[in-house]
Design a protein around this ligand. Sequence first.
Ligand code: PAF
Length: 311
Amino acid sequence: MSIKEPKIIRNKQEMRNWSRSMRSQGKTIGFVPTMGYLHQGHLSLITESQKHTQLTVVSIYVNPGQFAVNEDLSTYPSDLLGDIEKLKSLPNGVDVVFNPQNLYHYGEFGVMRRNFKDEKIVSCLEGEVGFGHETWVRVENLEKGMCGMSRPVFFRGVASVVAKLFNIVEPDVAVFGKKDYQQWKIIQRMVRDLDFDVKVIGSELMRDEDGLAMSSRNVHLSPQQRKQALSISRSLFEAKSAAKKGETICSELRRSVIECIEFAGGKIDYVEIVDQESLEAVEEIKNGVVVCIAAWFGKVRLIDNMEIDAS
Ligand code: PAF
């Protein structure tokens, strides 16, 4: 198997120049945005992207704009060299790793600065003034519930950085994991509403053999917490099977999910059964729904979900 070295680009103008030059040669570009610390789930997004386009760009950028000041930005895991090795091991490699140092503007006054690993971190606080970054994309309804409740600046940060990345990379296709179901729907809606010329594809969630949804944050679980966290996927599979056997009342399904996770020692952030398109809570399963969960095991917040289609 030949190992393909990706081109590493750190500068946004260089990234844009590369994309434009490839497109002028008639090549199509697939894009997988990530925050690094890649696992099999990310690699599956890349494989999906490669089904649709000739070239692939993967971005690795831990976006400070989507973390509130009390969240885990400073402990978010990273391993750039390890990531590049994993990308090289893919059968088709990838063409470009876009790894910018910083994507935000920092004003001289008014915008809070924090130093973390020599990087300037954009503040996520509302109501600041200054000449720094002040333009945000909000997908007003879809961002309200679920993760948006406990992480109020998260989707604003995600939509904004993805809009920035689309403007820099100019891809034809972008692939997002269905593990972050709400994020995937928000990006689809942003692309529709703001007329980005990008086809957004949702790629299936990947699980470890024991059922735990793959996530960069899993590395922070102790062996005991990892065992406890299996209650999340177990409760989802049980909910799906109960629905298939005829349980259509969402409050019942939700109650069983909550019981299963709490019994294992998890702390529920939310358990919602929502319509697959509007992400609004439903009372009875008639059309396709998705059961979405966020739960804490110690200091680690995990999310997972499962689609249940009407039978
Ligand atoms: O899903 C993620 O890793 C991030 O939210 C994304 C889409 C790369 C934006 O920072």
